[in-house]
Design a binder for this molecule. Structure first.
Ligand SMILES: NC(=O)N[C@@H](O)C(=O)O
Ligand code: NI
Length: 167
């Protein structure tokens, strides 16, 4: 039993890049389009769905808020594709992640606070806890559909891991 208490930190491009992409326009030079009525920010995340002839799919997750402190009884990974979460209204949500590997390395678990207007894209194979919303709301999700086992679960119930968060 690891008896871990994980406290999330503020996300930034640098501290999250080992897990994937921070979805933001910050730091990206836009293209002026639509006769000046829009700016286009290209390539803000690496959508990876092609392994084993996969396709990309856009879904909406209607999420229920989590309560904290939250017991983390499992983690999952999608070895064949990335998974992006984009809030459909301003909110704060959390990411609970660990690097790729046969199972989550409990010494390398990190949690992040994702602020208003920001999304995240997990690279293929990154261990994570499923979507952690702080309010009932919808998220746009872009990930992979197709053949092969793209959902690997790892039980952590016996490890007594807690995610703390103060809204
Ligand atoms: N199961 C599912 O589609 N959702 C999870 O992958 C998740 O990370 O929320
Ligand atoms: Ni997932």
């Amino acid at each position: 039993m690891s008896n871990l208490v994980i406290k999330p930190k503020a996300i930034n491009k640098e501290n999250f890049k080992k897990f994937g992409d921070m979805i933001t326009t910050d730091g990206i030079k836009p293209l002026e389009i639509n006769d000046g009525y829009a700016k286009r920010y290209d390539g803000i995340a690496n959508l990876d769905a092609r392994k084993d002839n996969g396709d990309s799919i856009i879904s909406i997750f209607s999420a229920l808020k989590r309560s904290f402190p939250m017991k983390v009884d499992m983690m999952e990974k999608h070895p064949l594709g990335s998974q992006a979460f984009i809030p459909m209204k301003e909110t704060t949500f959390l990411a609970f992640v660990a690097p790729e590997g046969d199972k989550p390395d409990l010494n390398k678990i990190e949690a992040f606070i994702i602020p208003n207007g920001i999304g995240v894209n997990y690279n293929a194979g990154i261990w994570h806890f499923p979507l952690i919303a702080t309010e009932d709301m919808n998220f746009l999700v872009v990930d992979r559909k197709g053949e092969g086992d793209n959902l690997i679960l790892h039980d952590l119930n016996k490890e007594n891991i807690t995610l703390e968060f103060q809204a």
